[in-house]
Ligand binder design. Structure first.
Ligand code: SAM
Length: 323
């Protein structure tokens, strides 16, 4: 606890004195890898569009930004107070320079930083996804999906917010990826079907597990989605503790702004420590689990594999008949 406070204070002081935030990368190798990934992502520019003219493409993107449309997600106006602003108002996810225009994402360069950190922390190469069937869970406006496709993956992306799923599909189609990228407007919990079982070589699962009310069931669904030999890459907000603890936040916490401004950030449910996430992954069936706190990013990064089909403990499951 004390060491963590010192680390935070040092980072804050460093920012004040130098104006430079600590690098989000796990190592110089990760930063170098990020440069390669940025180049791979740079194929998604307006001069590479397929079947759509640059002006129409730009209009289709720009006309979505900041639109407030709760009805699109099926919300009733009387329930709006209870819904997250992210689903009510369209917010772009990751930075994207389309060439003719650019869109700043709320998560900046995160799609690139994430992938570079996964590769550095778990010793994966940039060829890791090439030719593989990959499930991208919670794709937002498609930064991670497009990056996976640029790395040679065949991607199925799922996203519970319909406007983001349709945007990701629009991007994939506009860049001629319709045969390699399929986007489904689905919650992860709706992937507990035979259509998703043993279909994937890899599951890409960053930035979502702490948004889930039932992380263990979600992890089991993803375990079931993998073929034997497959792997999962998980990243999460969390708590920097050795013990296997989760902090419960829930939907009533407003971290910033006001409810009136629909600026609710309190839709995080369980915030795991690295060892808590590792235990959840093991309960879901994963082996060779590695889970660690990546200080500069202030997040948990984890990796696991499906080495054989194993049963789940059936006591108290919220979905009793889950395979
Ligand atoms: C913080 S964003 C992370 C986006 C991207 N995966 C990344 O790591 O940068 C979380 C995304 O997961 C989606 N999401 C949250 N709960 C979900 C669920 N139950 N099923 C599918 N998507 C979900 C959100 O709508 C949002 O687009």
């Amino acid at each position: 606890m004390f060491a963590r406070r010192i680390r935070r204070l040092t980072a804050r002081l460093r920012r004040r004195v130098t104006g430079i935030a600590a690098s989000p990368f796990a190592s110089p190798a990760a930063a170098a890898c990020a440069d390669t990934l940025r180049q791979a992502f740079a194929v998604y520019r307006t001069d590479r569009l397929v079947g759509i003219e640059a002006g129409a493409f730009a209009h289709a993107i720009q006309s979505r930004l900041d639109v407030v449309d709760p009805g699109a997600e099926g919300y009733r106006s009387e329930d709006l107070e209870q819904q997250r602003d992210f689903s009510v108002k369209f917010r772009w996810g990751h930075d994207h320079d389309f060439g003719a225009f650019a869109v700043a994402g709320e998560m900046g360069d995160r799609h690139v930083e994430l992938m570079a950190n996964f590769m550095a922390l778990f010793g994966l190469s940039s060829e890791h996804f090439r030719g593989k069937d990959v499930l991208d869970v919670g794709c937002w406006t498609g930064g991670t999906t497009l990056l996976l496709a640029a790395l040679g993956a065949n991607v199925v992306a799922v996203e519970e917010v319909r406007k983001y799923a349709s945007t990701t599909q629009f991007l994939a189609t506009s860049f001629g990826l319709a045969g390699r990228v399929e986007v489904r407007p689905l919650s992860i919990y709706s992937c507990n079907t035979t259509a998703f079982r043993t279909r994937f070589d890899s599951v890409y699962f960053p930035g979502v597990v702490y948004h889930l009310s039932d992380p263990l069931i979600a992890l089991r669904i993803l375990y079931n989605a993998l073929r034997v030999g497959g792997d999962i890459l998980v990243e999460s907000a969390g708590i920097d503790l050795e013990a296997p603890y989760c902090r419960f936040d829930g939907s009533r916490i407003v971290h910033k702004g006001t409810r009136e401004a629909l600026n609710r950030a309190g839709w995080n449910w369980f915030m795991p420590s690295p060892s808590a996430l590792a235990r959840m992954m093991q309960e879901a069936g994963f082996t060779d689990v590695q889970s660690l706190w990546h200080g500069p990013a202030g997040r948990v990064f984890a990796y696991g594999r499906k080495t054989s089909p194993v049963a789940i403990c059936r006591a108290g499951l919220s979905v009793p008949d889950i395979p």
